[in-house]
Ligand binder design. Structure first.
Ligand code: DCP
Ligand code: MG
Ligand code: MN
Length: 335
């Protein structure tokens, strides 16, 4: 439950939801995106039910619940447990895989390589594996990065970045995005959009990458750069003054004319984004983090054959309007 608001005990399917969430979390840790999504959708469906769903048949009749998931729901209600969950929990190789997949930047290929090489613990990796600088940081701060960040602290990181930015140029704006903008009580990382009305991306880049980031690295607020995934993204680590907990921080530079689409994209959540993009493509349009485009020509398999023409990028509300979707507050964009 990303909002941390609803009380699970009030739902007649609370126990089932709890177990399915654990199963979904397991699949998330093993980077099985398809199953993670399936479990999240099933949980969302179950949350909306006002009666207990106790048989596979009842479950399978609901949206987003396939026959295998339906069987699991019946098993939970009948036996109060889920054998699949017990077995994955106890499998030692699986535990190590999940441990290694929790290292920042490590994917399935890397994690399996470490296992193949005989490594079993994070200390093994530090002592014996050849690691990138980012992986080293990911291991040394494994616990910090696995800990949720309380909302007040997310805000404090955002304020710190904004204050430093406005000492350089008062025209700059910094907005905290992601789960924070959706109102979550805690977040996995800190996502910040930086913009300045009228400024080009190259100006933004200049100020942020050549002045702001070096300055904040010097003061010790920023600890280390982990990656720059594109020319307008910075992934790294920050730490509040007087704190010792390192946090994952993402900066994204956005020109004013793309702010609406960027706000929409970085507010999420990821499933909401998928469904609104799908809707755009069904209407012959295309939505990405830069804008909404029309006259997109698609081939017989839905693949796009041209880029289309930009219709709207600047205004988040207008993008909803053009798509014919009633406005949804960020806090309502939870799927
Ligand atoms: N996003 C997306 N699809 C992805 C990853 C991200 O659409 N595969 C978008 C929606 C997310 C936003 O980017 O809300 C920020 O990504 P995060 O991974 O930081 O996710 P959240 O901020 O939503 O959650 P968390 O609290 O775990 O950071
Ligand atoms: Mg986030
Ligand atoms: Mn992020």
């Amino acid at each position: 439950n990303p909002m941390g608001t609803s009380s699970p005990t009030s739902n007649p399917n609370a126990r089932t939801i709890e177990m399915l969430e654990q199963m979904g979390k397991y699949y998330d840790q093993t980077q099985d995106q398809w199953r993670t999504l399936a479990y999240r959708k099933a949980v969302t469906t179950l949350r909306k039910q006002h009666v207990q769903i106790s048989t596979a048949k009842e479950a399978a009749a609901l949206p987003f619940i396939g026959s295998r998931l339906a069987d699991k729901i019946e098993e939970i209600v009948l036996t109060n447990r889920l054998r699949r969950l017990d077995s994955v929990r106890d499998d030692p190789t699986d535990k190590i895989l999940r441990l290694f997949l929790g290292v920042y930047g490590a994917g399935l290929v890397q994690a399996n390589k470490w296992i193949q090489a005989g490594h079993r613990t994070l200390d093994d990796l530090l002592a014996k594996a050849k690691l990138t600088d980012a992986q080293k940081v990911g291991i040394e701060h494994y616990h910090d990065f696995a800990t949720r960040i309380p909302r007040a602290e997310v805000k404090a990181h955002g304020d710190h970045v904004r204050n430093a930015l406005q000492l350089i140029d008062l025209g700059f704006q910094a907005t905290v995005m992601g789960s924070y903008r959706r109102g979550a009580k805690d977040s996995g990382d800190i996502d910040i959009i930086i913009t300045k009305p009228g400024a080009t991306v190259s100006t933004l880049r200049d100020v942020v990458f050549h002045t702001l980031v070096p300055r904040l690295l010097k003061t010790g607020f920023l600890k280390v750069k982990l990656a720059t995934s594109s020319s307008s993204k910075w992934h790294g680590v920050s730490c509040l003054p007087l704190s010792t907990t390192w946090r994952r921080l993402d900066l994204l530079l956005v020109p004013e004319e793309e702010m609406g689409a960027a706000l929409l994209y970085f507010t999420g959540n990821d499933i909401f984004n998928r469904s609104i993009r799908l809707l755009a493509s069904k209407k012959g349009m295309r939505l990405n983090q830069r804008g909404l485009y029309k006259n997109v020509i698609r081939g017989r398999h839905g693949e796009k054959l041209n880029e289309g023409t930009l219709i709207e990028g600047r205004d988040e509300r207008k993008i909803f309007e053009i798509l014919g979707v009633p406005w949804r507050e960020p806090t309502e964009r939870i799927c």
